[in-house]
Design a protein around this ligand. Structure first.
Ligand code: PLP
Length: 228
C-alpha cells in the first residue's frame, strides 16, 4: 500500500480550508465526498483509515459489492443517475441521494421510502445550462415543481446538486456555480423554507465551487487517481 491516497486527502483538505478562508467561510460548512466509483475497496479502506468517512458511488451494482466489505460507519452517497426500478435497493444502502433529477423520480422515491419506513436525504439535481447530455431540473422546471417537491413528506430535501458544463474559462465556471446558489436563494425566498445544501464542485473546480457557496464537494480523481 502506498501513502498516496492519504497525501492526496491531506492536500485536498488543505485546499478546501484555504478556499473557505479566502471567502470568510467556516471550514465546517463544507463536507468532502470522496468519489470512489470504479476504484477498489482497498483504496476506500485506505482513505477511511486516514479519516475520510463520506464516500460517493454512482452505480448500485458496484455499491452492492463494496458496501458489505467495508466499515459500517462509512456514510455512502449516491451521486449517479438513479433508475426508478432500483430505488428500493438503493434506499437502505445510501445515506443521501444527490441525483434526484425529476419530479417523477422524487415521487417514486417518496412512495417507496414510505413503504420501507425510511426518510432519505436528497439533493435536487439541476441542469441550468439545459445540456441535452445531462438530466436534471432546468431553472423553470424546478421553480414550478418545488412546491410539490416540498410536499413529499418522506423526503428530506437537503439542497441543490449541480454538474455544470465543463469549461476552460474560470470566470464562466464561477458563473455556473453562482447561478445554482442564486436559484437556491430564490427558492428559499419564494417558499420561506430553509434550503442550505449546495452539492457542487469536483476535482477540477471544487475551490471555485466553495468560493461560490458549495457545502459538499464531490472529489474523485484528485484523491484516488484516474479511474479504470
Ligand atoms: C465522477 C463524479 C464526480 C467526481 O469527479 P472527479 O472529476 O473525478 O473529481 C463528481 N460528481 C459526479 C456526479 C460524478 O459522477
Amino acid at each position: 500500500m502506498s501513502d498516496l491516497i492519504c497525501d492526496q486527502l491531506e492536500t485536498i483538505n488543505a485546499r478546501i480550508a484555504s478556499a473557505c478562508e479566502r471567502v470568510g467561510r467556516s471550514r465546517d460548512g463544507v463536507q468532502l465526498i470522496a468519489v470512489s466509483k470504479r476504484h477498489p475497496s482497498e483504496k476506500i479502506r485506505e482513505a477511511f483509515d486516514y479519516g475520510q468517512t463520506i464516500f460517493g458511488e454512482s452505480r448500485l451494482q458496484e455499491a452492492q459489492e463494496k458496501i458489505p466489505v467495508l466499515p459500517a460507519t462509512i456514510q455512502w452517497h449516491l451521486i449517479g443517475r438513479l433508475q426508478k426500478n432500483k430505488i428500493r435497493k438503493v434506499l437502505p444502502l445510501f445515506d443521501t441521494i444527490h441525483s434526484v433529477d425529476s419530479l417523477e423520480l422524487a415521487e417514486a422515491i417518496n412512495r417507496i421510502a414510505g413503504e420501507e419506513g425510511l426518510i432519505p436525504k436528497v439533493y435536487l439535481q439541476t441542469n441550468l445550462a439545459n445540456e441535452t447530455t445531462k438530466t436534471g431540473f432546468s431553472r423553470e422546471e424546478l421553480i414550478s415543481a418545488y412546491g410539490q417537491l416540498l410536499d413529499f413528506d418522506r423526503l428530506q430535501i437537503m439542497g441543490l446538486m449541480a454538474i455544470p458544463p465543463s469549461r476552460d474559462d474560470e470566470a464562466l465556471i464561477r458563473l455556473d456555480f453562482a447561478a445554482v446558489r442564486e436559484l437556491r436563494d430564490e427558492l428559499v425566498k419564494l417558499t420561506g423554507t430553509p434550503l442550505d445544501g449546495l452539492s457542487m464542485g469536483m476535482s477540477d473546480d471544487f475551490e471555485i465551487a466553495i468560493e461560490e457557496g458549495s457545502t459538499m464537494v464531490r472529489v474523485g480523481s484528485a484523491i484516488f487517481g484516474a479511474r479504470a
